[in-house]
Design a protein around this ligand. Structure first.
Ligand code: DGJ
Length: 563
């Protein structure tokens, strides 16, 4: 009793305010993970700043009004090691303070991106005193002996210097960000080795020739049934060996070199992340430059937090909460699917900015239970209030309370039409199968004849066995049942409407021409909407005609079959 009284008095006077609130954290709901802020799920409806915008407070002053006009609830903003520690051990957090203060004023949350040792593979953001002292801070080498401007992950001095700066940053945020404007941290940016699959320096060669660390072997043996299939297949090719050098265990191949390099990148990143979390425990994730366009490791940034290396990163960097894709290439759905596996919390920190993001945002919230969505260089728009993405975000804000409750329970789905060649997709929810299609498949608009179609998409939430909410742009849907009786599905009603303070407010009843006389649900291209759909099942008997022999003639008899 006496001691707890002392503790209460001590806490009152000495523990910083921020400890009186819960920090943002990740929480599982059903088969997904949500970001919880102030004890409520929070969806990041965000955008990432271009790389250099946050390096000047004056420049940022011109950007804040744009971000506000776009009604973003979160901005992903870099923190540059070179600017916060221009001289060793002398920290200047004025840019971070400006960012936190202004974001707070505009009611915008921040995800800070730690541009530390690595930014798109390179080490261009390390301070001058690191750049100039290659002896103390060694770099990686290519097979031809060329030194690259990439800090070596094999050198303790490198990670200790990065760690010191990162810890100072996290401590500063803990002490100053009383309103919890900063909600999450990205550690480094698009880590990866280029030109070769791995560092070819002497120290790297020596480690490559030695045994695979037992921590990695233990991890993959323990999690054997849950490994990412690509990795499992790769390990199996060499007989699932549990001991030996990298090439003995995984085979002599460029992908073994990539696994080796990933392990060491991840150990380095773990050092930094773990130390940062121990001073201020925010969720922390990594972003990846993707292994797209058929490139080999080294042609793409090798060994980064890539989907096929998820097990390696997890084994080596348990403090990292999740890995995320930066999607700039074709195949948006495929990249999402690769990262939405094995309980990896799902988030898109970067996507190419453009009108397609309006459809992609619906898709990731519907199909992948995402924590959020954030196109890159968000401030580059010249018409912030009328960006197509803003119209999607407006709907997602309305749906946030509902969707937060429904996520992870297999009652949501998403569709995306970003290729004219695949204009139709089937979705099954409960006893119904929806056939979604691009609006232009109807052929009703003259633009349907154009060579390319604007991207379109939707998210669907099952509200009751026969009731669904469809939100999106540029789609049309028809319905079938999935019952053993093969009943026909009909439309009872479709109402368009909005959610206000979490309450559905119906507006027009959509019937007649608006639902093709009861045949479909449609949200045309260039329109955004939420429609509440009620379906019903009716019985359609199949009739079969038989030719029956009569006394003098044959006659047709129709039989109704109850199949
Ligand atoms: C991905 C990186 O993560 C960003 O910082 C930026 O460089 C974009 N690529 C491309 O501009």
């Amino acid at each position: 009793m006496k001691y707890s009284l002392y503790f209460i008095i001590f806490s009152f006077f000495f523990l910083p305010d921020v400890f009186s609130q819960t920090l943002p954290y990740l929480k599982k709901q059903g088969n997904c993970t949500q970001l919880i802020i102030n004890e409520k799920p929070f969806f990041i409806l965000g955008g990432e700043l271009a790389n250099s915008s946050a390096s000047d407070a004056e420049y940022m002053n011109g950007i804040w009004p744009k971000l506000e006009a776009m009604k973003l609830n979160t901005v992903l903003a870099p923190v540059y090691w070179e600017l916060i520690e221009p001289k060793e051990n002398q920290f200047d957090f004025s840019l971070v303070d400006h960012m936190i203060e202004n974001a707070g004023k505009h009611k915008i949350k921040l995800v800070l991106l730690w541009f530390g040792s690595w930014k798109n593979s390179m080490s261009c953001y390390v301070p001058e005193w690191v750049k100039k002292d290659q002896k103390r801070f060694p770099r990686v080498k290519t097979s031809s002996g060329k030194t690259l401007e990439i800090l070596s992950p094999f050198i303790k001095e490198n990670w200790e210097a990065d760690k010191k700066a990162f810890v100072a940053l996290m401590k500063h945020i803990r002490e100053t960000d009383k309103n919890q404007t900063v909600i999450m941290i990205q550690v480094e940016n698009e880590i990866g080795m280029i030109e070769n699959a791995r560092d070819m320096s002497d120290i790297a060669n020596k480690l490559y020739a030695s045994e695979v660390p037992s921590e990695l072997i233990q991890y993959i043996l323990k999690n054997k049934k849950m490994l990412i299939p690509e990795f499992d297949q790769y390990w199996s090719k060499n007989g699932y060996k549990g001991k030996g050098t990298w090439e003995e265990v995984f085979g002599k191949d460029i992908y073994t070199e990539e696994i080796f390099q990933a392990w060491h990148f991840a150990r380095y990143t773990e050092e930094i992340t773990n130390a940062g979390k121990s001073v201020y425990n925010l969720p922390m994730y990594l972003n990846a430059a993707l292994n797209s366009r058929g490139r080999k490791p080294g042609e793409y940034p090798s060994a980064g937090p890539l989907a096929h290396l998820m097990d390696i990163w997890r084994a080596a960097a348990p403090s990292i909460d999740f890995l995320s894709p930066d999607i700039y290439d074709k195949g948006f759905e495929n990249w999402c699917t690769l990262y939405d596996r094995n309980n990896n919390p799902f988030f898109i920190p970067e996507a190419r900015r453009g009108p397609q993001t309006a459809a992609q945002a619906f898709y990731v919230f519907g199909a992948h239970n995402t924590i959020g969505f954030s196109p890159f260089s968000i401030e580059s728009t010249s018409d912030p209030a009328n960006e197509p993405l803003v119209k999607t975000y407006n709907i997602l804000y309305q749906l946030t309370p509902l969707l937060s409750e429904k996520q992870g329970k297999n009652v949501t789905a998403g569709v995306l039409f970003d290729e004219k060649e695949h204009p139709k997709k089937k979705i099954q929810l409960g006893e119904y199968v929806f056939e979604f299609a691009h609006d232009y498949t109807l052929g009703w608009s003259p633009e349907a004849k154009n060579e390319t179609w604007p991207e379109s998409g939707a998210l669907i939430i099952q509200m009751a066995p026969d009731e669904f909410l469809v939100a999106g742009t540029g789609i049309v849907a028809t319905f079938q049942t999935n019952t053993p009786e093969k009943n026909t599905a009909g439309i009872l009603s479709i109402d368009e409407g909005s959610y206000e303070k979490g309450q559905w407010t119906p507006q027009r009843r959509l019937n007649g021409d608006e639902n093709h006389q009861g045949r479909h649900l449609r949200i045309p291209v260039n329109q955004w909407g939420i429609q509440y759909l009620r379906l019903y099942k009716f019985f359609t008997p199949y009739s079969i005609n038989f030719l029956i022999p009569g006394s003098s003639t044959y006659r047709w008899q129709s039989y109704i079959l109850h199949l």
